[in-house]
Design a protein around this ligand. Structure first.
Ligand code: P5A
Length: 438
């Protein structure tokens, strides 16, 4: 992409109402624009990152055996009357009437819709297990939308729903999602801590939140220090193997509790192992058994020939919140530092003297080579001061910066900067391209 033709409306100053660094940087980098409280338009740079995160989540869901569907944003109130949640959900639910005076709502979550889909098609234990997920916009009329997309009213969620014949199988499905989540966060360059949680309005008796540690987080986290240092399970996990052991290992480093999933036994930890902190909730998983399948009569015939309500769990990732969470976890005074996995562009080419024949030619060569290598480069071909170009590229966080100017070219070299470390190398163009393309 040539920056002269792109739409990347960067700002020198963050608007004064942006209180946390991710919100400030997303506005300054021209990633989002507020349309109404908690409702945002995604501008090209923001949309690219959002789509990349979405794709990482999708790949890990697919790897763990979940199947993608797409459910509508608007739902029938009648389904929520069946489950009994319509009146309970309260003011967070945006209620709408259509021209026939029918009650609709903008979905804050989709347990009811997916249960309705399930019960229309699946009647036997032989068709289980199933896990259906979608990545779709949700609406919650939050009392205090704030911190940009961190707590929006309209936000993008990945929500998965598991269906199993009995409790043991349902817990397996839960564990699969648990481990898939650790893979997702690791690929996004995040250290996510699983914390035993309160199921709240989703319901159920088993629930974990996944927390990113950040000073600006809205939740308080108590966790064992060693947990933060643990890596992700890795892509080659045996999904049909002993998942319980793997989950237990990751949630009971200090196994003071008889509840195997409990990591938050802060009071029972030795003082030198405690790491109370603030956290951002980037995912939340639930096992709730028959809470929805019971009242909604989503029954399956078991091996004994009897009909029983299907066992369910649901699993959410805050996809749009993750954009902000990654920035909270990875930035410096100059701006955002994207991990390679979600960077909006793989590399930037900075032409320090547009119009200079040698500079233009070298930049075009570099740009073409990076396009060919699939690095999706951003070429700063604007007639701007070098300082403005350095600042913009740092601000938007492109992982590699290839700086091409007349002085260097006279000596046969260019400059290559790695955004994350600030490390700079002076080297011939060919060598710089090799370093980027690997
Ligand atoms: C799980 C999937 C659920 O809704 N039903 C389907 C379950 N869980 S949850 O915890 O309420 O939400 C899942 C994740 O969505 C993100 N999230 C938000 N992101 C931005 N703005 C909001 N207002 C918002 N509310 C929830 C969180 O990451 C949460 O973990």
């Amino acid at each position: 992409m040539r920056l002269s033709r792109y739409f990347m409306p960067t700002l020198r100053e963050a608007p004064s109402d942006a209180q946390i660094v991710s919100h400030q940087l997303m506005l300054r980098a021209g990633m989002i624009r507020q349309e109404a409280a908690g409702i945002y338009a995604w501008l090209p740079l923001g949309l690219k990152v959002l789509k990349k995160i979405e794709q990482v989540v999708r790949e890990e869901m697919n790897r763990a055996g979940a199947v993608e569907i797409l459910m509508p944003t608007l739902q029938l109130a009648d389904l929520w009357r069946e489950s009994g949640r319509y009146d309970d959900y309260g003011e967070e639910m945006l209620r709408i009437k259509d021209r026939h005076d029918r009650d609709l709502l903008y979905g804050p979550t989709a347990e009811e819709v997916v249960t309705d889909i399930f019960r229309s098609y699946i009647k036997s234990y032989k068709d289980l297990p199933k896990n259906l997920y979608n990545i779709q916009w949700k609406f919650r009329d939050e009392r205090r939308p704030r911190f940009g997309v961190m707590r929006g009213r309209e936000f993008l969620m990945k929500d998965a729903y598991s269906f199993d014949v009995d409790e043991a199988a349902a817990r397996r499905s839960y564990n699969r999602m648990f481990l898939a989540y650790l893979n997702v966060y690791a690929r996004l360059g995040l250290k996510a801590i699983p914390v035993k949680a309160d199921p709240g309005p989703i319901g159920g008796d088993l629930s974990h939140e996944f927390m990113i540690l950040a000073d600006t987080g809205e939740s308080q986290v108590f966790a064992h220090r060693d947990l933060v240092e643990m890596g992700a399970p890795g892509p080659d996990i045996d999904w049909d193997g002993d998942l319980e052991a793997e989950v237990t290992r990751r949630t009971s480093l200090y196994a003071a509790s008889d509840e195997m999933h409990d990591v938050a036994r802060f009071d029972a930890m030795p003082a030198d192992k405690q790491m109370t902190a603030r956290g951002i909730e980037v995912g939340h998983i639930f096992y709730f058994g028959t809470k929805y399948s019971g009242p909604m009569k989503a029954n399956v015939t078991g091996p004994d020939g009897k009909d029983t309500p299907v066992q369910m769990g649901s699993y959410g990732v805050g996809v749009s919140r993750l954009v902000a969470a990654i920035i909270e976890a990875s930035h410096d005074a100059g701006g955002i530092i994207w991990p390679d996995s979600v960077a909006p562009f793989g590399a930037a080419v900075l032409n320090l003297r547009v119009g200079d024949a040698a500079c233009d030619a070298a930049c075009e060569t570099a740009y073409a080579a990076l396009v060919a290598a699939g690095k999706d480069p951003l070429y700063d071909d604007r007639d701007e001061r070098p300082g403005a170009k350095f600042a913009a590229t740092d601000l938007v966080g492109i992982p590699w910066q290839l700086v091409i100017g007349p002085k260097g070219l006279a000596d046969g070299v260019v400059e290559l900067k790695r955004r994350a470390t600030g490390e700079r190398q002076t080297l011939p163009l060919e060598a710089a391209l090799k370093a980027i393309t690997g």
